[in-house]
Design a protein around this ligand. Structure first.
Ligand code: PRX
Length: 635
């Protein structure tokens, strides 16, 4: 019996039980039967929970790109691996077959090696959603370099801090990128970032917009001529199962972003397995995930998961509103997309527009539609179900995180009955638990608590780059022996999970994970600002938006508030990116603080939400009178 594909609800329960009772046997079988290895593992896993050290497929030897590409060439060489759909609908889409992908990745791998990149080196990839992005990622994996993709919407200072944190030797970027009717000058942003990065030796530049750019002769090289001269075959590096595959930065509730490190074999096995089951991918299906490869969703479910299954995956350069709000639906019709995976923010934004945009197009190729990144509200769920899925397509509401590497809780289409706003049941291998404030496991159903995972799984992040202590403290100390997700959840009467949102100081804005601390740091750098506190508040389209409480220094008090608001948002935009701009700023004289000096954010959240009558116990506040003042200031 194979465990790779779950065929029925009954089998789901059987597989699940097996994965909990005999995890070694369960994963051993999946890994052995569905991937190609240079050398098998000695042990399926080896953990030291106290030290937060986890190893999967111990001592196995593998290369993930052999599994993503080479392995498919005999059967699927002429099958399309990647469909590139450009930003501008009048530009032709590109179909890259597995044979072509092999050659392009081989050439790129040879170029990287010729340029001095070695196994274990870090390469920062700062590119728009163009084929070279996928090819660069795969080429790094092929030679054993660790890719660190930075979303091309991040500012130069955010880029610089990520490059420095992981000590990247090379940056791969482009002259610019197209996004809707905008052109983004990526090379300029890289140039500015690199003023502060001495670790970078070379910058490879892809031409996309053909705008004129500055080239630093000693450092910058156009990629295409190098590719033209490169050999078109490449012998993949033999990697250890636990060698790092990539670093991907995610916001923390405090301090600088965390470089989450994922290692090769566990990530490979789990993303492939979850892709196959959660999207019910069948040979010849066309699958489209609208995320950017700069986020984990793009890593796992545009690239690795689909390619590991020999799938056809769509890579979309554009945005849902360009040239108009029918763009997604037009692409689905054009490429006869079978599985479509997007974020609630996009669904809510599109649901606000005329129905005509979606009704104009044939969406009957769709079989499964998915949601990721934030809770999907009931209204958005029904709109998606009725107008996109035509009430025929199960919605897979997939809960997971950058740290988890792959989907953790999700319906399995045509098998798990769906329920709006519920991510439903854990996938085999995943053991969620709810914890109370006293760190006890909450038994029984119809309960809410902090969501933890009580047993390791193959694709969990192994560490934070350069800071294992922070990894241990962030994820394994709040509830000893368990992985703490940072989310709260409700378990209903049948055991379905519904994610209720973050319980820490991370706010999910339009599906993007934003830590409040780095935004506060950016604001506090403004010369007129003394202190600030950021909280999230509900927003119709974005899910949450940011609300800032700002205390001004004496000389700032007389300044024009509209100008200050603009300047503060500009600072945030420069330091982090436009994503983190505040929707509302309230200038206040103080912040509610406990006697130990901690800001009581609970109160600030309530005021931001407009719930100003019931603050609960504020007796531990050092300055309770400020609550009234802030409240009145808002009114
Ligand atoms: O709060 C949860 C929310 O997104 C967080 C993870 O963000 P990130 O690491 O950026 O990864 C996003 C893509 C996997 C989670 O802690 N989240 C993600 N998926 C869902 C969700 N909240 C509710 N429902 C979901 N389906």
């Amino acid at each position: 019996m194979s465990y790779y594909k779950i065929p029925s609800l009954e089998q789901y329960f059987k597989h699940y039980k097996k994965s909990v009772r005999e995890p070694r046997k369960f994963w051993d079988k999946i890994a052995f039967e569905n991937f190609s290895w240079y050398q098998k593992w000695d042990k399926v896993f080896d953990f030291d929970i106290e030290e937060a050290k986890f190893k999967w497929f111990v001592n196995a030897k593998v290369n993930i790109t052999k599994n993503c590409i080479d392995r498919h060439l005999s059967k699927r060489g002429e099958k399309t691996a990647i469909i590139f759909e450009p930003n501008d609908p009048s530009e032709e889409a590109l179909h890259i077959t597995y044979n072509e992908l092999y050659v392009r990745v081989a050439k790129m791998a040879n170029v990287l090696q010729e340029q001095g990149v070695k196994k274990g080196d870090r390469v920062c990839i700062y590119l728009p959603m163009i084929p070279e992005l996928s090819i660069a990622v795969l080429a790094c994996a092929r030679i054993g370099a660790i890719h660190s993709v930075v979303f091309a919407g991040f500012s130069s200072s955010a880029l610089a801090s990520r490059i420095n944190d992981s000590d990247c030797k090379m940056v791969i970027t482009s002259d610019g990128g197209f996004r809707g009717n905008k052109v983004i000058n990526l090379k300029e942003i890289v140039d500015e970032a690199l003023l502060n990065c001495s670790c970078v030796e070379k910058v490879l530049v892809v031409k996309r917009t053909n705008d004129s750019i500055n080239m630093n002769e000693e450092r910058d090289i156009f990629l295409q001529p190098l590719l033209d001269n490169a050999l078109n075959s490449h012998i993949a590096e033999i990697m250890d199962a636990e060698d790092p595959l990539f670093i991907l930065y995610t916001s923390g509730s405090t301090g600088k972003p965390k470089g989450m490190v994922h290692t090769i074999a566990g990530y490979m096995v789990y993303t492939a397995y979850t892709f196959k089951n959660v999207f019910n991918y069948e040979e010849n299906d066309v699958y489209w995930c609208t995320a950017d490869i700069g986020w984990i969703t793009g890593h796992s479910y545009i690239l690795y998961g689909p390619l590991l299954n020999g799938a056809t995956t769509v890579m979309f350069e554009g945005i849902p509103s360009y040239p108009d709000f029918s763009r997604f639906w037009q692409v689905i019709e054009k490429h006869k997309v079978n599985q479509f995976y997007t974020a609630p923010t996009a669904i809510r934004a599109l649901a606000k527009e005329k129905l005509d945009f979606v009704q104009k197009y044939q969406l009957n190729s769709l079989k499964v539609i998915g949601s990721v990144g934030e809770p999907i509200n009931e209204e958005a769920w029904h709109w998606y179900n009725d107008h996109v899925g035509g009430k025929r397509c199960p919605i897979v509401d997939t809960w997971w995180q950058t740290e988890t590497g792959g989907i953790m809780i999700s319906p399995i289409p045509f098998i798990t009955p769906t329920k709006p706003t519920y991510a439903s049941l854990p996938l085999p291998g995943i053991q969620p638990v709810l914890m109370d404030e006293l760190r006890n496991e909450i038994e029984g159903n119809q309960k809410t608590g902090s969501l933890c995972i009580k047993f390791p799984w193959p694709s969990m992040a192994r560490t934070i780059w350069g800071d294992h202590q922070r990894y241990k403290e962030t994820y394994f100390t709040a509830f000893p022996g368990k992985y703490f997700t940072g989310d709260g959840a409700l378990r209903d009467e049948v055991g379905y999970y519904r994610i209720t949102g973050r319980v820490d100081d991370v706010v999910i804005v339009s599906g993007h994970n934003l830590g409040t601390a780095p935004i506060e740091d950016a604001i506090n750098e403004h010369p007129a600002v003394a202190e600030s506190a950021i909280v999230g508040f509900p927003h119709e389209i974005k899910g949450n938006a940011l609300y800032g409480y700002v205390i001004l220094k004496e000389h700032g008090i007389s300044r024009d508030k509209d100008n200050l608001t603009k300047e503060i948002n500009q600072m945030i935009s420069d330091q982090i990116g436009p994503i983190a701009k505040l929707d509302k700023i309230q200038f206040v004289e103080g912040l509610p603080k406990t006697r130990s000096g901690k800001i009581m954010r609970r109160i600030l959240r309530k005021i931001a939400e407009g719930d100003i009558n019931n603050f609960g116990d504020i007796s531990t506040l050092l300055n309770p009178e400020i609550v009234e003042e802030i409240k009145n200031g808002k009114l």
